[in-house]
Design a protein around this ligand. Sequence first.
Ligand code: FMN
Length: 176
Amino acid sequence: MLVLLGSLRPDSTSRRLAEAAVAALPDGVRAEISTLLPSLPHYDQDLDTDTPPAAVRAFREQVAAADALVVATPEFNGSLPGVLKNAIDWTSRPRGAAALAGKPVAVLGASASPKAAQWARADAVRVLQVAGALPLEETVGLASATAALEGGELAEDVRGRVAELMGRLVREPLAA
Ligand SMILES: Cc1cc2nc3c(=O)[nH]c(=O)nc-3n(C[C@H](O)[C@H](O)[C@H](O)COP(=O)(O)O)c2cc1C
């Protein structure tokens, strides 16, 4: 399981959701949060040749090797952050051999507003579908994220919803 995290800051609230997702995975499912997203260049079709930049090659290999993905996104101006869209764009190519193709994905989102990154989550699902991945339609959002984490811990109900979604992510591809 590979987590693609859309926030670069250490105190990120979406990172906390991502960590809850990793903690909720069944024993024996290995998981890591990718550290490669910030090193990807901006997508450039002229760089997308048979010999792409080393960072792109490494990231594509990392995504291809994962059985499933978790996308954890903040909401920036009503959508997903550029760093995440860029990572999706790179792994949506080459057509016919894209690392994202057919990959099951669960989407989590955290935002400052009470709407729990609803637009970012919806956009992530739509963009992943267009890119050829298989995102679960159901997502989990963390509303008023900074305030929600003031006590230090994610609320029990949020952890429960994250765990339920991880269960589906792990189960459903096997059942398909
Ligand atoms: C450039 C920018 C745009 C933002 N736009 C939105 C937005 O459209 N909706 C929203 O709820 N929060 C918005 N926020 C607040 C972020 O959701 C909030 O800072 C969130 O905690 C960032 O995620 P992180 O904690 O994982 O870094 C925005 C923040 C920034 C920096």
